[in-house]
Design a protein around this ligand. Structure first.
Ligand code: ZN
Length: 309
């Protein structure tokens, strides 16, 4: 078992419309856009990052908006829902707020004793807001006060036909198996960054998910630095996983591997962070390009849809 993983780092999903995506995460959910860059592997599309003030690992929801993407189909073999943490007692304020913005899929329930507000993102993405005692500081503005602001991720839900092997993998990654409610088993990493929970939902008869707009592309787990990342990489390889080499994503270093259930996992470093190429006061405002794509700037600035009015 390894102990280097400290919870979620980011969740990355696919969208269709960049403007709509930006408006939803900033104006409706009240997150801060902390980086406006491109998909390093397909620079004709944006890579947009939303989080707290600094884009602290464990708070960052990211999107690849592909203008022609078809909508994904939810099912088994994917991360079916990403959940954010909100203050205890703020569910009703969020239900009211999301209704005002005509957000779809609104409902509420209780899981493992915590109240949740469930809703859909712009492309049918599954989201929840979970009431929990969470000391992290929220980004505020756009009508979202500190009393209700999102603290960062609470958890991610993996929907699988068979949870056994993934449950073993999570325990190898340092997660402890917690309670089970209906077909959902909770896994918690001790000593994490507060985005500490993975819920495994086992649905043996569900059709397989088809990835598209509204689907999670991958989830990333946080490690402190590159040395810890190399230890994790070696341990995963020793266990039989096929892991990519370390890839420089400018704001963190990444390795990727696919889980037996079909979900793409990443392990990302907390360093160097989103302020490496712009001041914290102006994060997310300018189009930032990695050096290998800087020569494409004029073409990309003409091609990419403006996000702000
Ligand atoms: Zn990633």
């Amino acid at each position: 078992m390894i102990k280097q993983i400290k919870g979620l780092h980011h969740v990355t999903s696919i969208a269709r419309d960049a403007r709509e995506n930006n408006a939803f995460f900033t104006n409706v959910l009240g997150l801060r856009r902390v980086k406006k860059t491109v998909n390093f592997d397909a620079p004709d599309v944006y890579h947009l990052y939303y989080g707290d003030e600094a884009g602290t690992p464990g708070t960052v929801m990211t999107y690849f908006p592909f203008p022609n993407a078809g909508r994904g189909t939810h099912g088994a073999g994917e991360v079916g829902r990403a959940s954010f943490s909100i203050p205890t007692g703020s569910s009703q304020a969020w239900l009211d707020r999301l209704a005002t913005f005509a957000v779809t899929g609104l409902s509420q329930d209780t899981r493992f004793g915590q109240k949740r507000v469930l809703f859909d993102g712009p492309d049918g993405d599954g989201f929840a807001l979970v009431e929990s005692d969470d000391e992290r500081s929220p980004w505020t503005g756009n009508g979202v006060s500190a009393e209700m602001g999102i603290r960062g991720f609470h958890s991610a839900d993996m929907r699988l036909r068979d949870g056994d092997v993934t449950g073993e993998l999570l325990q190898f990654m340092g997660y402890e198996k917690g309670d089970t409610q209906d077909n959902v088993t909770r896994f918690i990493v001790p000593g994490g960054n507060d985005a500490n929970v993975i819920d495994l939902e086992v649905t043996p008869d569900a059709p397989r998910a088809q990835q598209g707009a509204g689907s999670v592309h991958h989830i990333a787990f946080a490690v402190e630095n590159r040395a810890r990342q190399l230890e994790v990489r070696e341990a995963l390889i020793d266990t039989g996983y096929q892991v990519t080499p370390v890839i420089d994503r400018d704001y963190f270093y990444a390795i990727y591997f696919r889980t037996p259930g079909g979900v793409l996992f990443e392990v990302a470093t907390n360093e160097p962070g989103f302020d490496r190429d712009e001041d914290t006061a102006h994060l997310g405002e300018a189009l930032k390009l990695p050096s290998q794509h800087e020569h494409l700037r004029a073409r990309l600035e003409g091609l990419l849809q403006p996000l702000d009015d």
